[in-house]
Design a protein around this ligand. Structure first.
Ligand code: RM4
Ligand code: MN
Ligand code: MN
Length: 427
């Protein structure tokens, strides 16, 4: 196991250089009126939940190439989640996908998670696949299906997720459906949405006290012509129709290329319906790459909106941050740690924006200086802040290097002999 002592030993070697870099950056930031220790404290308080489905190797529609030593059940998945959190210290929350990670005895899983300093954040239903022994097929949809019996089955599945989530101490439920049409004319577009709404209202009525319901939109895939919950506008309409505790979940990979996602975020904040995020990155579609790997400036601009809302205390602003990635060619633990770090980077950089100056440039219509104000924050190398924050909370200065040196995966190769698994699909 990656013990505290092992992490501390590794940190010791890196500490002198980190101190130098941290002090130099501290002096630079002091000139800008920023206290580096206060910034490090904010980085320490940052949180993002890890997806239970993200610790296994994912695949594409064509194939998946499982890595050795992968977790074989939900307990082993939590074991890997614990490694991520031990090293980065910002990921104690887990979002759980049902039935992929359905616990036979929730109380046992809860105790296992708690013993490892983890907790359950959001539940996720799955009505985009048929499961073995399932009475009816989701081939032509689930919560919006034309057949009431299929809708009933999908509703019941979501209710079951709420029940399991209650036993696990979760606090929100996320619904993403694959429902849609592959051909023009296949679906009556308005009626399909009405059916979805009626189903979701039924799930909402059973939502446990204090929980939120997140509705996740997606432009296309698996349906390639029309998707029932295709964009944030539809999602917003549905959330307001369903009830106060329903809100929109923004998955960064679920928009058309070049869409201004930070504007969507700003709109949802203004409308009081930003529920949360599935962070990942993409070049083309729902690529599910590590956060910040393709468009770090976009990620920064999104956090710029989030931090602005936080600092101006927008009423009810409390979005849930979650990762949702699929790792085809990397060690999932390394990818998840990298993404958590990238989110922390965007968050800290957004805190460096001189908001008073930015506002003045906006008011005086000075686009050059307004952009420069953002760029000044974005181009500041805040790596020493993030590393110091990790160190101060017991994590690793260099999570990936420490993880590799620990030989964790190699030990798991012996302990977890491979099991037969599906050949294609994102998990
Ligand atoms: C979807 C969507 C959902 C996720 C599934 C696995 O594209 O992002 O959030 O649960 O993939
Ligand atoms: Mn998602
Ligand atoms: Mn997705």
């Amino acid at each position: 196991m990656l013990t505290e002592a092992f992490i501390a030993r590794h940190n010791e070697l890196l500490l002198p250089a980190l101190r130098e870099d941290y002090d130099a950056l501290g002096r630079q930031l002091a000139r800008r009126g920023v206290d580096i220790d206060a910034l490090a404290e904010r980085a320490t308080a940052f949180r993002v939940a890890v997806p239970s489905w993200g610790v296994s190797t994912g695949g594409t529609r064509f194939a998946s190439f499982p890595g050795p030593g992968e977790p074989r059940d939900v307990f082993e998945k939590l074991e890997d989640c614990e490694v991520v959190n031990r090293l980065v210290r910002v990921t104690p929350g887990i979002s759980l996908h049902i039935p992929w990670d359905k616990p036979e005895r929730p109380a046992e899983l809860l105790a296992y998670a708690r013993a490892r300093g983890l907790f359950f954040d959001s539940m996720n239903s799955n009505t985009f696949q048929d499961q073995a022994g399932q009475a009816r097929s989701y081939k032509f949809g689930s919560l919006s299906h034309t057949d009431p019996a299929v809708r009933r089955q999908a509703i019941e599945h979501n209710l079951e997720c709420l029940e399991i989530g209650t036993a696990l101490g979760a606090r929100s439920h996320t619904i993403w459906i694959g429902d849609g049409g592959n051909f023009p004319g296949q679906l009556h577009l308005r009626r399909a949405l009405d059916r979805y709404l009626a189903s979701v209202c039924e799930v909402y009525r059973a939502l446990p006290a204090g929980w939120k319901l997140f509705l996740e939109h997606k432009l296309y895939e698996p349906a390639f012509y029309s998707t029932v919950i295709n964009d944030w506008g539809t999602s917003y309409y549905c959330a307001t129709h369903v009830g106060d505790r329903a809100a929109c979940l923004v998955d960064l990979g679920h928009h058309a290329p070049n869409v201004n996602v930070e504007m969507i975020v700003a709109r949802l904040i203004a409308l009081g319906r930003l529920g949360g995020f599935h962070f990942n990155d993409s070049k083309y579609g729902d690529d599910d790459l590590d956060a910040g790997s393709i468009k770090p400036f976009e990620l920064f601009l999104i956090f710029n909106e989030l931090v602005d809302a936080e600092l101006s205390t927008v009423p009810g602003f409390d979005p849930a941050y979650m990762l949702d990635q699929s790792h085809n060619v990397t060690d999932p633990i390394e990818s998840l740690m990298t993404s958590a770090t990238e989110l922390g980077r965007a968050f800290v950089q957004a805190h460096l924006v001189d908001r008073a100056a930015l506002e003045a440039y906006q008011e005086s219509n000075d686009p050059v200086m307004a952009l420069q104000t953002l760029k000044r924050a974005f181009t500041t190398d805040v790596a020493p802040v993030l590393a110091m924050a990790r160190l101060r909370s017991g994590g690793a200065i260099d999570p990936v290097a420490t993880y590799r040196e620990s030989g964790y995966r190699h030990r798991k190769i012996d302990e977890r002999p491979a099991v037969a698994r599906r050949r294609a699909g994102i998990v």
